[in-house]
Design a protein around this ligand. Sequence first.
Ligand code: NAD
Length: 499
Amino acid sequence: MTEVSILTNLSPLAAESTNSPAATYADLHLYIDGEFIGVQQRRTLSVVDPGTGQAIGELPFADASDIARAVDAAHRAFGVWKRESPLVRSDILRKAAALIRERAHEIGCHITMDQGKPLHEAVAEVISSAEHLEWHAEEGRRIYGRVIPARSPDVQQTVLREPIGVCAAFSPWNFPFNQALRKLAAALAAGCTVVLKGPEESPSAIVALARIFHDSGLPPGCLNIVWGVPSEVSAQLIESPLVRKISFTGSVPVGKHLAALAGAQMKRMTMELGGHAPVIVCNDADVERAATMLASYKFRNAGQVCVSPTRFFVQRGVYERFIDRYLDEVKKIRVGYGLERGVTMGPLAHGRRVAEIENFVVDAKEHGAEIALGGARIYPAGNYFAPTVVLAPSNQTRLMNEEPFGPIVGIVPFDELDAVLAEANRLPFGLASYVFTTSIHNAHRISRELEAGMVNINHFGMGPAEIPFGGVKDSGFGSEGGTESFDGYLVTKFVTQLN
Ligand code: NAD
């Protein structure tokens, strides 16, 4: 087993060794009806820095009356916001985007402190969110209805697309700013209002978003932020007759649970769930380029990414070359505290993910796979795990069946395209997929036959706001981004009039 390069002088309070202005962590609040609300008499949760294990903040939990107030406020605000002109809505969202850019560095520092990713990744997440918001601000002005020619000259037939109403949004901890922003951008641009429950363990990004929209002039009640025990908050929100739509990003089991609750109430849903992305590298690929690109992309955010490439299938003719280059590249990853200079991979967001990745390693070894790199936690404090490469895990291993959501990858050789397509499609997931080939024939065939919401050929192209981001099969339904973004937030009304 080889160890990757790790920072030897890891300091738990490494923030001091950067130029970061964020020596202190963010203030945490609820945000209801335009008001920031602190702890007062409420229950709280200690927010812990995953890089040090130290508590850095106290998050107030909403009680049932706070949640009811948030829904009422969103309902009242909807009556005003849905009638607001798209231009006015667009202007407010654009102001918010400008504030996101202005505050990106400080927000990024706080994300590193409560989520763990390196500062440059955190800042990039925030800045890319500004662009996402700007795109929705513009595209929201182009939500058009249509006129259908009638069978009689005295009849006028119109199709209207109207905002659905109050939305309950549940956003995850892996991209705490961007994942929440995606939901807010689509909902607010379409004329809906929102009650958002963010990730309790990494809350600073959500509070920053509330502050930004507040300072941009978003009317009170259009956005409300609540925190609490996830199952309690979601049950209350989904059961409320005033909530018309839910949007969730997270794991498949939780998504199915929430979908069942929402289905019982006949509520509209967008579900962005987990994945287990296959990567197919063909004999005719630019192998060194593929290996280099996949090394850094795989370990971005310590692999805690729903579109992370996780199951690599490399054609036999280039397998050895691919492995050699891939291992060389992974060894360059520098694991450490995210605010420390030079770090390219931070800790995992939670201790439970470290335990999970350890289980994947134990299981792979038991099934006879080779741990070519990493395979263990590192450093005495914090949730650090070495980037881990597993060679030739069988399709009986947990690694090749369950979403790992961490810094571990399995690489297996293949001979025939038929067999590898069947293996890639074997799992119930269908989110991202990746193909490396220079053959037009292979590219066409594989992209047609992969059961995935997104197919990336020879590059990673799922970032821009204008592309529809979403999955099929157990990975969910609905798109966040692209013109499809608004479909989940609009209802269709047909109006026919006899003159
Ligand atoms: P988890 O299943 O316990 O929670 C996943 C997310 O759902 C968390 O944000 C959690 O707060 C929320 N959640 C849990 N129960 C909920 C409920 N009843 N109502 C509303 N929200 C609820 O898993 P975890 O350990 O936090 O994360 C690991 C798993 O989550 C991964 O395996 C991955 O599949 C999934 N995940 C996916 C994404 C994504 O982008 N699709 C993001 C984060 C996590």
